[in-house]
Design a protein around this ligand. Structure first.
Ligand code: IDP
Ligand code: MG
Length: 153
């Protein structure tokens, strides 16, 4: 299994609803290692670059408005197959169709208020991590518990 980095954003609705700790805890509980974390206000330019693949879609303007509407928490998680693991924990894009037990399935109802962003591939994880963090802001560390989470640690 390959070690991957994946970017998670606790979106403005989750921040306003006081769900940041719960969301980060669910991902931490899986055994993923947190290597970057910051509270920040996303400006329009960063929002547009982060969501560049959606430019031109009908929801793009609303999406930029949503992600810039209140502070967010940006987090980078690292681990074997981290991208897929985080996406599975986050759930389907539209919370009304997301499985119970996922973050979106447990806390959301609408696609325009879906609480959390997660990178969709290891390549996106690298690109998005670089948008939100400088290399110096990422911390390389190992945990005593790693060998209880991964056979290969
Ligand atoms: P993802 O966040 O599950 O990867 P994407 O398709 O990449 O989903 O869409 C990015 C974000 O754009 C979604 O998380 C959601 O906030 C927003 N979005 C996607 N589709 C719609 C829509 O049809 N209406 C409103 N917002 C949408
Ligand atoms: Mg996406």
């Amino acid at each position: 299994m390959a070690t991957e980095r994946t970017l998670v954003l606790v979106k403005p609705d989750a921040m306003q609803r006081g769900l940041a700790g719960t969301i980060l805890q669910r991902l931490e509980n899986r055994g993923l290692r947190l290597i970057g974390l910051k509270l920040m206000q996303v400006e329009t330019d960063l929002a547009r670059r982060h969501y560049a693949e959606h430019e031109g879609k009908p929801f793009f303007a609303g999406l930029v408005e949503y992600i810039t509407s209140s502070p967010i928490i940006a987090a980078v998680f690292e681990g074997d197959s981290a991208t897929g693991a985080v996406r599975n924990s986050v759930g389907s894009t539209n919370p009304s169709q997301a499985a119970a037990g996922t973050i979106r399935g447990d806390f959301g109802l609408e696609v325009g208020r879906n609480l959390v962003h997660a990178s969709d591939s290891p390549e996106s994880g690298e690109r998005e991590t670089a948008l939100f963090f400088t290399p110096e802001e990422l911390v390389a560390w190992s945990r005593d518990t790693d060998r209880w989470i991964s056979e290969d640690a």
